[in-house]
Design a protein around this ligand. Structure first.
Ligand code: ADP
Ligand code: MG
Length: 192
């Protein structure tokens, strides 16, 4: 009873991780048993905590971005009796996470998944896309475009300060040195 799938999405620096921590923390204050999970791939700031770009942090289970990692999220949640779970950077997990989280919500768990909307080319992350259409609630956040100050919905990848070309790899975990938030107009993807 009470299961719910909530998806927090938007570009980098939109405050997704901050919002995820805030929502999980509120549940903990209300005495609900809650846990955070994050993929092992994202070790930008910490190996054992979910950390936002503004320094806010929270202890988390770190799981591999494999089928086994998805199984571990399910096992830990059900075995430990968590009522609320948050998953950060959900787009890095395999597609099986979609069914897993949907199932957990069906079993009565309040699932909050936070993930990037689009990759640096402007293409949807398939996991986020599939979660969005199954969500009971969507929190769509925007950042501030670093060029014009308008709401930013895209993540601009930069290499030596210049827009990264289309043929660079999709997954490159980085922070402010390699990504900027941009609006549609100022999001640039050179052919090469
Ligand atoms: P996300 O998880 O969506 O990448 P975080 O919650 O980790 O976002 O960080 C959001 C924080 O990033 C903001 O509160 C702000 O301090 C910082 N920030 C850096 N660049 C920008 C930007 N261009 N627009 C908005 N916030 C930014
Ligand atoms: Mg984040």
């Amino acid at each position: 009873p009470g299961g719910f799938l909530e998806v927090i999405t938007g570009p980098m620096f939109a405050g997704k991780t901050t919002e995820l921590i805030k929502r999980v923390e509120r549940q903990i204050f209300a005495k609900r048993k809650a846990a955070l999970f994050k993929p092992a791939i994202d070790n930008r700031y910490s190996e054992r905590e979910v950390v936002a770009h503004n320094g806010l942090r929270y202890e988390a289970f770190v799981v591999p971005t494999t089928e086994e990692g998805v199984e571990r999220i399910k096992e830990i949640t059900l075995n430990e009796g968590y009522e609320v779970i948050g998953i950060d950077e959900v787009q890095f997990f395999p597609m099986s996470i979609v069914e897993a989280l949907n199932e957990l919500a069906d079993k009565g768990i309040y699932v909050i998944a936070s993930g990037l909307n689009l990759d640096f080319k402007g293409d949807p992350f398939p996991v986020t896309k599939e979660l969005l259409v199954r969500a009971d609630n969507i929190v769509y956040l925007t950042a501030v475009c670093t060029v014009c100050g308008k709401p930013a919905t895209r993540s601009q990848r930069l290499i030596d300060g210049k827009p990264a070309p289309k043929n660079s790899p999709v997954i490159l975990v980085g922070g402010r040195e390699s990504y900027e938030a941009r609006c549609r107009e100022h999001h640039i993807v050179p052919e090469e």
